[in-house]
Write a new protein. Structure first.
Lengths: 302, 534
C-alpha cells in the first residue's frame, strides 16, 4: 500500500438541496506530505473534509482514505487520524482541560507528554470553563486535543482561525515537527502565507471543483514573475517578446511580469543589454489564487 | 452621550428578535390560568363542595404552601368563586411569571453580553444604562399584557372586574419584581447560567419566606414579593396600595443594577468565577459520562422538585379522603375505574400527573442529542473513533437513567410521606413501585424523539405536541366529555393505576416493545444519514 495515496478523491459530488457544494472534485494527497487545500469560504473545503470523515455521505464519485472507505470504515479509519475543526463549539460547562480529554479520548487517545507540552506551548489555561474562552482559546483547545493524538494523518480545517501571529507561528512549528515524524497532513486554509510556509503541494478549489493542483514549485511555474530592471541599453525588444505582460517604463527602469516558461529567454535578453539593477519577485500563492478568482469574476461578468 | 441613549433601539431589537418567544410565554401562561379558572363553576356547584375544598387545603401546611393565605375563602359561594380562583391559581401563577421574568431578563442582559452582542451595541450609540432599561421595559410590557389579558379573561367568565384586575395586575407586578432580581443577578456574575442560578435561588428563598409567613400566619409575608402579591387580596376587599410594593422593589433593584454597571467592565462580573478541573475523569470521556454531565444540573433540580412534589401528594392523600367521600365530582373524576380505597385512587391519579410532569424532564433530556449535533459539538467526537451507535447510545442511556432517577425521586417522596402519614411502612415500596410502573408510559415520547432524530430530525418538535396532547386528555378529558375512544389514545390509559388497581404486565410489555422499535429506528436512521452540523 506504500505507493497508494493517503487520500484519493475523484469526481466527488455532494448537493445540499439545490446547492451543489461539490461538483466533480478531485484531490490526491501523497503519504508524508503536507497538502494545502485552498479556496475561499463556501468553495467546498469543509464539505470535502466532512465527507473524508464519514460525517457526510457523497452523492457521487469516489473517496479513499488510508486505503479505506470513509463512510463504511469510519471508526477504524478515525483511530488512525486526528481532526482539528476550524469553528469549534465546546461544552460551555466543561473546562478546557476536560474538553481536551473528551475530544482526545474520542479521537483515539491522548499522548500525555504531548498534551502537557502543547498546553505549555500554546499557553492555554485548562482549568477555565469553556464558556469563558475567547475564540482563539477555543481554537487552541481543538488544536491541543487534535495534535496530542498519535495519528498518521491529520485533517486540519482552517485550524488557525482566531489565533494571534505568535500562536500561528507555534502552530507552524508543531506541524513541521509532525511532518518530520512522517505524518501526512491535509491543511485547509484561506491564509495563503500559512499554506505557502507549510505545504509541499496545493489544491485550489473553486465552486466545488479543483481548478489547480500540484506541487507548490510546479504551480509557481505556471504564474508570472514580476521584474523591475535597469539596463545599460534600452530594452526596446521587450515589447514584442512572448510571455511578457504589463510592460511599463519610467526613468529608464522597466517593469513587467513574465510567464514562468519564458523567464529564461527574457533574462538572457536583459543580460545581453547589460543589467545595472534587477529586482525580481517570485510569484506568491496569493497571486496564483487571485488570478483564478479574478478570472472567475471576469467570466461571470462576460 | 446620555447613559440611556439607545434604549428604544435595544427594546425594539428585543421585541423583533423575540416576538415569538414573548408570545409563547404570554399565551402559554394565559392558557393554563384562565381555562383552569373556567372549570370552577362546574366543579363547585354546591356550597358543601366549596367548604370541604377550602377546609382540606387550609387545614394543613402543604395545602397552604401550594396555594396561599386564602383571603376571603370564608365568603366563597357558588356565586362568588373569585377567592377560590385566587387561592387555587395565584401560588402557581406567580412561580410561572417569576420564571418568565427572570429568564427573559437574563437573556436580554447577561445572555446578550456573554454572546458578545452587547459589546457591539455598547460600542455604538448605546449608553451604559440602556441594556438594563430596555430589558426591563420589554419584560414589564410583557407582564402588563399578560396581567391585563388575564383580568379580561376572568371578567369575560363572569368574575367581578375589580377582583379580576387585582389578580391580573398583582401577578404582573410580581413578575416585574422577580425580573428585577434577574437584572441585579446579571450584573453580579459573568455568565448567564450562574446568574440564573443566583436569581432562581433568590426566588426560591423568597417563595419559602412567603410560605413560612402564610403557614405561621406571621409578618414574614411582608418580606417577600410573593407575599405582597397575594396581600393585594383580589376578590376580598382589594388593597390596591400593596401593588406599589413590588413595583417600588423593582425600581430599587434596577437602581442597584445601574450602580453596578458603572462599577464593572463590559463582559466582567462582580463575583469571581471559580476555576474547574484541568483533567477529565475517565467516566467523562465516555459518551454516557459526557451525556450525564451535560444534564447534571437540571437533573439535580428535577429530582429535588419531583421528590418534593411526590412528598406533597403523598402527605395530602390521607387528608383527601374525607373530601373525596363527600364530593361527587371528585368521585366521578377519580373512580372512572373501580378499585382500591379512595385514598389509593387519589394517589393513583396524582402519581399519573407526576409521571406526566416526568415526561417533560425526559423530553428535555432526549432532545439534548440534537442540540449537540446541531451546535457542532458532536463533530470532533464523531470524527474520532467513537462510532455513531456508541455516541447515540450514550445519550439514550443517559436519558433513561436520568428519567429513572427523577421518577424514583418522586416515588420515594410520595412513598415516604404516605408511609409517614398512614403509619404503614410497607406503603413506601407499594407507592414507589406504582410510580415506577409509569416508566414505559413516560419513555414512549422520548423514544419517539429518538426515532425522529434518526429519520426526520427537523420534526423533533412534534414530541412536545405529544406531551400537550397527553396532558390535555388527562386533565380535561373527563371534564370536557371527550368521546371515550379519544381517552384511550394516551399511554396513561393503559398503564395500571396502582396502588388502586393491580399490576398488569401486558400493556407495559407492549409499550416497551414499541419503545425498542422506535429506538432501533433512531439508531439505524442516524447511522445512515448525514450528520447535520449547522
Amino acid at each position: 500500500m506504500g505507493d497508494t495515496a493517503a487520500i484519493h478523491v475523484s469526481g466527488l459530488v455532494k448537493s445540499f438541496g439545490r446547492v451543489r457544494a461539490l461538483d466533480g472534485f478531485d484531490l490526491s494527497v501523497a503519504h508524508g506530505e503536507v497538502h494545502g487545500f485552498v479556496g475561499p469560504n463556501g468553495a467546498g473545503k469543509t464539505t470535502t473534509i466532512r465527507i473524508l470523515l464519514g460525517l457526510l455521505r457523497a452523492d457521487g464519485g469516489r473517496a479513499t482514505l488510508l486505503g479505506g472507505d470513509p463512510w463504511r470504515d469510519a471508526v477504524a479509519l478515525h483511530r488512525r487520524l486526528a481532526y482539528v475543526p476550524g469553528d469549534v463549539s465546546l461544552w460551555p460547562n466543561l473546562t478546557g482541560g476536560e474538553a481536551i480529554d473528551v475530544i482526545g479520548r474520542a479521537q483515539g487517545g491522548l499522548d500525555e507528554q504531548r498534551r502537557a507540552e502543547l498546553l505549555e506551548r500554546f499557553d492555554l489555561d485548562p482549568s477555565k470553563r469553556a464558556r469563558s474562552y475567547s475564540k482563539g482559546n477555543r481554537q487552541k483547545v481543538a488544536i491541543v486535543a487534535g495534535l496530542s493524538v498519535r495519528a498518521e494523518l491529520l485533517l486540519l480545517d482552517e485550524p488557525t482561525s482566531g489565533l494571534d501571529p505568535l500562536m500561528e507561528a507555534t502552530f507552524q512549528e508543531v506541524i513541521r515537527e509532525r511532518k518530520r515524524d512522517g505524518v501526512t497532513v491535509l491543511l485547509s486554509s484561506h491564509i495563503l502565507a500559512e499554506v505557502e510556509a507549510l505545504a509541499d503541494s496545493v489544491t485550489i478549489i473553486r465552486e466545488g471543483r479543483a481548478v489547480e493542483s500540484g506541487s507548490l514549485a510546479s504551480l509557481r511555474h505556471l504564474t508570472r514573475t514580476a521584474v523591475t530592471a535597469e539596463t545599460a541599453h534600452p530594452p526596446t525588444d521587450l515589447e514584442g517578446m512572448p510571455g511578457v505582460h504589463e510592460l511599463t517604463e519610467e526613468d529608464g527602469h522597466v517593469s513587467f511580469t513574465v510567464d514562468g516558461e519564458h523567464l529564461e529567454d527574457v533574462m538572457r535578453y536583459l543580460a545581453h543589454l547589460g543589467i545595472r539593477s534587477l529586482v525580481s519577485r517570485p510569484p506568491t500563492l496569493e497571486q496564483l489564487f487571485l488570478r483564478h478568482y479574478a478570472g472567475a469574476e471576469g467570466e461571470a461578468a462576460s | 452621550m446620555s447613559a440611556f441613549a439607545g434604549t428604544r433601539l435595544m427594546a425594539r431589537l428585543h421585541l423583533r428578535r423575540d416576538r415569538i418567544r414573548l408570545a409563547v410565554w404570554i399565551v402559554g401562561i394565559w392558557l393554563v390560568v384562565v381555562p383552569s379558572i373556567a372549570t370552577f363553576p362546574g366543579l363547585y356547584q354546591e356550597q358543601r363542595a366549596i367548604d370541604l375544598r377550602n377546609d382540606l387545603l387550609m387545614s394543613n401546611p402543604v395545602g397552604i404552601a401550594v396555594t396561599g393565605p386564602g383571603y376571603g375563602l370564608e365568603e366563597a359561594t357558588p356565586e362568588n368563586l373569585g377567592p377560590m380562583a385566587v387561592n387555587e391559581m395565584s401560588g402557581s401563577t406567580i412561580i410561572a411569571m417569576a420564571l418568565m421574568g427572570i429568564l427573559l431578563m437574563l437573556r436580554y442582559t447577561r445572555g446578550d453580553e456573554e454572546e458578545g452582542r452587547l459589546e457591539l451595541m455598547r460600542a455604538g450609540i448605546v449608553g451604559r444604562f440602556a441594556p438594563v432599561t430596555a430589558a426591563m421595559l420589554v419584560v414589564a410590557a410583557a407582564m402588563a399584557i399578560l396581567g391585563v389579558t388575564m383580568a379580561l379573561g376572568l371578567v369575560a367568565l363572569g368574575y367581578a372586574a375589580a377582583g379580576s384586575f387585582a389578580l391580573g395586575l398583582s401577578m404582573a407586578a410580581g413578575g416585574i419584581a422577580f425580573a428585577a432580581i434577574g437584572a441585579l443577578a446579571a450584573q453580579l456574575t459573568e455568565h448567564a447560567r450562574a446568574a440564573s442560578a443566583l436569581a432562581m435561588g433568590a426566588f426560591a428563598v423568597l417563595f419559602f419566606v412567603r410560605v413560612m409567613g402564610d403557614v405561621r400566619r406571621n409578618a414574614a409575608i411582608w418580606f417577600s414579593p410573593a407575599g405582597w402579591v397575594q396581600s393585594v387580596r383580589p376578590f376580598a376587599d382589594e388593597r390596591w396600595w400593596v401593588l406599589a410594593l413590588p413595583l417600588a422593589f423593582a425600581l430599587v433593584l434596577v437602581g442597584l443594577a445601574f450602580a453596578l454597571t458603572v462599577r464593572r467592565d463590559v463582559g466582567a462580573g462582580l463575583l469571581p468565577t471559580r476555576p474547574g478541573r484541568a483533567r477529565a475523569t475517565a467516566f467523562l470521556t465516555r459518551p454516557l459520562g459526557l451525556a450525564l454531565r451535560l444534564q447534571r444540573g437540571p437533573l439535580i433540580w428535577w429530582a429535588l422538585g419531583m421528590g418534593a412534589f411526590g412528598a406533597a401528594i403523598g402527605g395530602l392523600a390521607t387528608e383527601a379522603q374525607q373530601t373525596m367521600e363527600a364530593l361527587d365530582i371528585y368521585a366521578e373524576y377519580f373512580a372512572a375505574t373501580a378499585g382500591g380505597t379512595l385514598v389509593e385512587q387519589f394517589l393513583s391519579a396524582y402519581l399519573g400527573f407526576i409521571a406526566m410532569t416526568g415526561i417533560g424532564h425526559a423530553l428535555q433530556s432526549a432532545v439534548l442529542i440534537r442540540a449537540e449535533e446541531g451546535r457542532g459539538r458532536a463533530e470532533p467526537l464523531l470524527a474520532g473513533a467513537v462510532s455513531r451507535g456508541r455516541w447515540v447510545g450514550g445519550f439514550v442511556l443517559a436519558t433513561f437513567i436520568a428519567s429513572t432517577i427523577v421518577l424514583g425521586a418522586a416515588g420515594a417522596g410520595a412513598g415516604a410521606s404516605f408511609a409517614a402519614a398512614t403509619g404503614d411502612g410497607a406503603g413506601f415500596l407499594r407507592v414507589l413501585g406504582a410510580m415506577l410502573a409509569y416508566a414505559p408510559a413516560v419513555w414512549l415520547l422520548p423514544a419517539l424523539a429518538l426515532a425522529l432524530f434518526g429519520v426526520a430530525y427537523r420534526w423533533l418538535g412534534v414530541v412536545w405536541g405529544g406531551l400537550a396532547w397527553i396532558i390535555t386528555i388527562a386533565m380535561l378529558g373527563p371534564l370536557m366529555g371527550l368521546p371515550e375512544f379519544t381517552r384511550q389514545w394516551t399511554p396513561f390509559a393503559h398503564t395500571p393505576q396502582m396502588p388502586a388497581q393491580d399490576f398488569e404486565a401486558t400493556p407495559l410489555l407492549v409499550m416497551s416493545a414499541a419503545i425498542v422499535v422506535m429506538a432501533v429506528i433512531g439508531f439505524v436512521g442516524f447511522r445512515r444519514r448525514d450528520v447535520d452540523l449547522h
